[in-house]
Design a protein around this ligand. Structure first.
Ligand code: UD1
Ligand code: MG
Length: 444
């Protein structure tokens, strides 16, 4: 018998998001909420994952499959409640599992460690384990009713008595079931409640009536908070950022002001990386050990080699690949360019679709003119080349190793190695010109 099936419910409409995008595809730290949940299930050993989506939601299915190509997708044609949603995945249940863990696609902060704790509760003899949390404001959540430390029922708010509403221990939505028990329980759940829905939470009272042990485990509210509107989306983003920053710092990254550093879920920062204030990491960034990212820099799709220094105010765009010890200074933009070891681009430059050789020096205000309005072209700059300030390198063009380009040049032809190229108007001096000009333009 296979071990564990994870069933992720993602058929909710999420109308309170007021969005044309389905709720579970809204992103937290650059990744869809559903993808976060599937990632947690995968990390908890979930090779078998079923996702329940609403009708016509190919986009939601595609997101799940991107995370896990073997993921099984089921469509819940009508939205008749959480138990009904799980039943949409009945075919997956038929394979026979020891454990079935149900979780929600809109609870993006759930961790694999918590999911493992839920499965452990089953291994310790429970028929159902529910993940609860102490809610600061329990409004809207199902309440966990306990007697002598045992979980006896979950009561939805709309069906709760005043005494039950006073309970602050709430249902997160994550429930782990003994796989043997589950099919019968699901079939016995009715819809006689305030919402007329088939509540998965009714499984607890039913299981109790069959003498099945039901238990709860408690998680922190920040881990299990659901996202139903944009305010909760922002709260989840905040909590995820906090988690990512802390993980980075624990692994040896210095952050001067962690609150002002924005991470992507896949940001990789090596040991002894220093990140100054107000830095934004977009998708696909790797910073190797000892590198410094100075204040107000924006990075995405790039690699920064060991001991490199970028910023303040640097922008690294996709395909920026910086080797060891490179320096990228203020107001410099690098895109799709490999910058070799020890090269410097220190001020006010744009380097795109280019290679820059080892220890080359790119002067202030250098622009690679990579686009002719139709196509992009490459600029090759050799090792130890020196590009004078305010030069335009009109691609396709190559500057040989060790060559010099005079300041203010517009370079349209290849420059040989160790050669000086100057492409600018010659300076003209006209003695006496100023006195004549002033004489002509004297006032009064
Ligand atoms: C549910 C729980 C409640 C818990 C709360 C935590 C039930 C009956 N109630 O309430 O105890 O405190 O979550 O946030 O389980 N879904 C479907 N199809 C459906 C209905 C729901 O796929 O027919 C999915 C939704 O996409 C969502 C999840 O199930 O991911 C929960 O549904 P929702 O309607 O938000 O339930 P709550 O009322 O919040
Ligand atoms: Mg909800």
């Amino acid at each position: 018998m296979a071990d564990t099936l994870f069933v992720v419910l993602a058929a909710g409409e999420g109308t309170r998001m007021r969005s044309s995008v389905p709720k579970v595809l809204h992103k937290i730290a650059g990744r869809e909420m559903l993808a976060h949940v599937v990632a947690a299930a995968l990390a908890a050993g979930g090779a078998d994952i079923a996702v329940v989506v609403g009708p016509g939601r190919e986009d939601v299915a595609a997101c799940a499959r991107t995370m896990h190509p073997d993921c099984k997708v089921f469509v819940q044609t009508e939205r008749l409640g959480t138990a009904h949603a799980v039943l949409a995945a009945r075919e997956a249940l038929k394979a026979g599992y020891k454990h079935v863990v149900v979780l929600f696609g809109d609870t993006p902060l759930i961790t694999s460690a918590t999911l493992e704790r839920m499965i452990d509760a089953l291994r310790d003899g429970a028929g159902i384990a529910v993940l609860g949390f102490e809610a600061e404001n329990p409004a809207g959540y199902g309440r966990l009713v306990t007697e002598a430390g045992e979980l006896t029922a979950i009561v939805e708010e709309k069906d709760a008595s005043d005494a039950e509403r006073a309970i602050t221990l709430c249902n997160s939505g994550v429930m782990a079931f003994s796989g043997e028990l589950m099919p019968n329980l699901l079939d016995s759940i009715g819809n006689d409640n305030a919402k007329g829905e088939y509540y998965l939470t009714d499984a607890i009272a039913l299981a109790r009536s069959l003498d099945v042990k039901t238990v709860s485990r408690v998680a922190d509210e920040t881990e299990v908070g659901g996202v139903n509107d944009r305010i909760q989306l922002a709260a989840a983003e905040y909590a995820m950022q906090q988690r990512l920053r802390e993980a980075a710092m624990i692994s040896g990254v210095t952050m001067r002001d962690p609150q002002s550093v924005y991470m992507n879920h896949d940001t990789k920062l090596g040991a002894d990386v220093i990140v100054e204030q107000n830095v934004v990491f977009g998708p696909g960034v790797t910073i190797e050990s000892g590198a410094q990212v100075r204040a107000f820099s924006h990075l995405e799709g790039c690699r920064v080699g060991a001991n490199a220094q970028i910023g303040p105010y640097a922008r690294l765009r996709p395909g920026a690949d910086l080797a060891k010890g490179v320096r990228i200074g203020n107001f410099v933009e690098i895109k799709n360019a490999r910058i070799a070891e020890g090269a410097k681009v220190n001020h006010l430059s744009y380097v795109g679709d280019a290679t820059v050789g080892e220890a080359a020096n790119i002067g202030a205000g250098t622009i690679t003119c990579n686009y002719d309005g139709v196509s992009k072209h490459r600029t090759e700059i050799g090792a130890n080349a020196f590009i004078g300030s305010n030069s335009a390198l009109v691609a396709p063009v190559s500057i040989g190793a060790g060559a010099y380009v005079g300041s203010g040049s517009v370079i349209t032809k290849d420059v040989e190695a160790d050669t000086l190229a100057v492409g600018r108007g010659r300076q003209v001096e006209i003695p006496g010109w100023v006195a004549r000009w002033r004489g002509k333009h004297k006032k009064g």
